[in-house]
Design a protein around this ligand. Sequence first.
Ligand SMILES: [Zn+2]
Ligand SMILES: [Zn+2]
Length: 171
Amino acid sequence: MTIHKGRGVLTLSGSHDIAQICLNGHTITSRYNRSPELRANFCNQCGEKTITKCIQCQNHIRGYYSVPGVISTRSYNVPSYCHACGSSYPWTEEKLLAAKELAEILDDLTDEEQEELKKSLDDLVKDGPRTVVATTKFKSLLSKTGSEISTGFKDILVGVVSESVKKSIWG
Ligand SMILES: [Zn+2]
Ligand SMILES: [Zn+2]
């Protein structure tokens, strides 16, 4: 509920709605409050349970950011980490695990290379100062495998890695 304090005042500060997201990272709605008709207990894409709060700290997952009176066409990106406590959301964990499992079954890589690939995944997702290093490592290791493997990683990691990481690895 937004409380409007008189009409003459120009307020440019917006607010976040709440997002409802399934445990696998599919967005059910990024406007939980505004569009209650879109709410669902389970995901219609994968059947997983949906959540609106961080499992660790119980703060709401930030949904669509809107400024009153401003029409925005920005699309909503599912967050990877909780803005309130910094924990990774369940889908981020799931995708990292899945990517690591994929790394473990790559016959084209030695055991050490598989380990390196797995380590680089954490930094790839985190989007910090080590992301560039991780991206370079990841790319060079990926070049030793087939293109279907590369696509496999892309399918898993899309949504949890940043746009720039995505571009620099998969073009
Ligand atoms: Zn889902
Ligand atoms: Zn949290």
